[in-house]
Design a protein around this ligand. Structure first.
Ligand SMILES: [Zn+2]
Ligand SMILES: [Zn+2]
Ligand SMILES: [Zn+2]
Length: 303
């Protein structure tokens, strides 16, 4: 997944920082050249490509605002050649997750009648004769929004459709088995994309297939780790200040410096391998970081 590190800061609105990944420019040049000839000037191709990412950005804001509306955190959006990534941390409840995901495609659903009306106006006003470039542009934007919506709703993890499927399965199977099931269905989807890429001789579909496969593999591993955490014994005398859950006993925290695993409650938030001290400890149940002193209200109150 692209992060803010290798990206340009574009702007910040409502406390959400929007980044543009460096690779976007390379692919933009390639894609714009590929589509040259649709318009009388290449400037229209540039405008079309930028508008595509404007639609992607609105979609990502849909995820971000929905996540906040259910009490989650959302402060970063990164645009990259495969679309956009909204870094959202909704509360770990299936309903909250579902709403944070559905709100993205809902933006495309809301844009559909607006863009359809614009296209209908373009046709009836005879722009095809008077303003042919604008006419093609209006049609392209209508088409892009619809293709984005349909593609994104495929039930293949980590596309939004796959994430919606996972949230729905969560109600029945719980958080870990639902993630595992979505990842397995995603593997089938990745294989389908690979076959389609060969048949259509499309590099892009091939890239998407590799991306889907990798993401599903990571999610599969994550689901296994989450179920190990859920089944681990809990440490007495400590409780998360946010959700009150006691932490699991075991090497479940990964040091941000040396990348080794350790049990942060054994060593008072210090990595035993490299000596790195951590100001805040992340709760593995709710995801909220808090200073380790606040995890132990009993001993804290005595001081
Ligand atoms: Zn989305
Ligand atoms: Zn917690
Ligand atoms: Zn370390």
């Amino acid at each position: 997944m692209p992060t803010g590190k290798s990206s340009f800061r574009l702007f910040k609105v409502f406390g959400i920082q929007v980044y543009l990944h460096w690779s976007w420019f390379l692919v933009a040049i390639y894609e714009i050249q590929l589509r040259e000839g649709r318009y009388s000037s290449v400037n229209w191709n540039v405008l079309e490509y930028v508008t595509l990412f404007l639609i992607v950005l609105l979609h990502e804001f849909g995820h971000a605002f929905a996540c906040r509306s259910v009490g989650g955190r959302a402060d970063q959006i990164v645009l990259w050649p495969l679309g956009g990534v909204a870094y959202v941390a909704p509360p770990r409840r299936p309903g909250a997750q579902l709403w944070s995901i559905v709100a993205g495609p809902l933006v495309n659903v809301a844009l559909f009648p607006i863009l359809s009306a614009l296209w209908w106006y373009a046709k009836s006003a005879d722009w095809v004769e008077t303003m042919p470039n604008l006419f093609v542009y209006v049609f392209s934007i209508w088409e892009i929004n619809l293709v984005l919506l349909i593609f994104n709703m495929l039930p293949i993890y980590p596309l939004d459709g796959g994430k919606i499927l996972r949230s729905l399965l969560w109600f029945v199977l719980g958080p870990y088995r639902s993630l595992m099931a979505a990842a397995v269905i995603g593997f089938v989807g990745a294989a389908g994309f690979a076959v389609f890429a060969i048949l259509a001789q499309s590099v892009w579909i091939g890239v998407i297939s590799v991306f889907v496969f990798y993401q599903c593999f990571q999610s599969f591993k994550q689901a296994r780790e989450l179920s190990r955490i859920a089944n681990a014994p809990r440490r007495e005398g400590f409780a998360c200040p946010s959700c009150k859950a006691p932490p699991p006993v075991g090497e479940f925290w990964i040091c941000g410096k040396c990348r080794k695993k350790f049990d942060t409650f054994m060593s008072q938030a210090t990595c035993p391998h490299c000596g790195m001290q951590f100001a805040r400890t992340v709760c593995l149940d709710c995801g909220m970081p808090s200073p380790i002193s606040e995890w132990s209200p009993g001993t804290f109150a005595k001081v």
